[in-house]
Design a protein around this ligand. Structure first.
Ligand code: FPP
Length: 249
């Protein structure tokens, strides 16, 4: 880290509270490429560099959980060439970064309808999850082939099945029971949601889990988003007053 300003931001962050869990909607790869007259996949490739920076930055800032929306269920509707490029990038990212993630004690898990991914991508993911399972410094969760409404429907089915089997009664269905049936059962809810490229949308991402998250939207396009941008978002979060619907005494 050679930029003294980034170091100052980090020092400031390390002197106080940071959100335990940061979730990110990485948006704007396509626009970044278009602005440069490049094909869209070049934007995704550049976005991979931003993933690397932000994972490093989150670990340095002592965030515990970082969730990245890498591929939504809706993204299956993009042209096959773009979908294939994204799948190749995922495999390339895993092959390139695995050693580095293990060395830095970073654990990676993937959630979503991953059974829809090509077999080679599924194998690469399993290998990455196994290789990084002991990492305790930062836990990165990659949402791939993920949609929040489908996740809620699947969780509802699990609860309905349990009712049918008699292991749960409708009266026992609670926020805790529902949360426990989501992919995210083992992690705290995000405290902060960052969205790049200025769009003011949630885009079917963690609808349940983001109930009380602070929202931070920046016009920066994802490939241009770096540690400095992350640290600024974390400092902005610190300035927010979180009341969870209550008023201060
Ligand atoms: C949104 O930009 C980004 C995506 C749909 C994919 C995100 C993927 C990466 C950052 C690279 C791969 C990451 C990993 C972890 C391997 P967009 O295409 O919607 O941009 P636009 O809104 O400008 O068109």
């Amino acid at each position: 880290m050679n930029d003294p300003n980034i170091q100052e931001l980090l020092t400031e962050l390390q002197a106080g509270d940071v959100p335990r869990h940061v979730a990110v909607i990485m948006d704007g790869n396509g626009r970044w490429a278009r602005e440069r007259g490049l094909p869209r996949w070049e934007g995704h490739r550049a976005g991979m560099g931003a993933v690397r920076e932000v994972v490093k930055g989150a670990a340095e800032a002592r965030v515990d959980h970082l969730t990245l929306y890498a591929f939504s269920k809706e993204n299956w509707g993009r042209p096959a060439r773009e979908v294939n490029a994204l799948m190749s990038l995922l495999e390339e990212y895993i092959a390139k970064e695995r050693r580095n993630l293990v060395d830095n004690e970073i654990r990676v898990s993937v959630f979503g309808e991953t059974e829809r991914l090509p077999g080679s991508a599924q194998r690469a993911i399993r290998h990455l999850e196994e290789a990084t399972a002991e990492g305790r410094r930062l836990w990165v969760h990659l949402a791939i082939s993920y949609g929040s409404r489908s996740e809620l429907v699947a969780a509802s089915r699990v609860l309905a099945q349990r009712c049918k089997q008699g292991t749960l009664s409708p009266e026992q269905i609670s926020e805790e029971e529902l949360a426990a049936a989501l992919y995210t059962a083992a992690w705290p809810d995000p405290d902060l949601l960052v969205r790049t490229s200025g769009e003011l949308r949630i885009s079917n991402f963690l609808l349940w889990q983001l109930a009380y998250a602070e929202l931070y939207v920046t016009p920066v396009l994802w490939p241009d988003f770096g540690k400095r941008d992350l640290f600024e978002a974390l400092l902005e979060y610190r300035r927010r007053e979180r009341r969870f619907g209550r008023v201060e005494a």
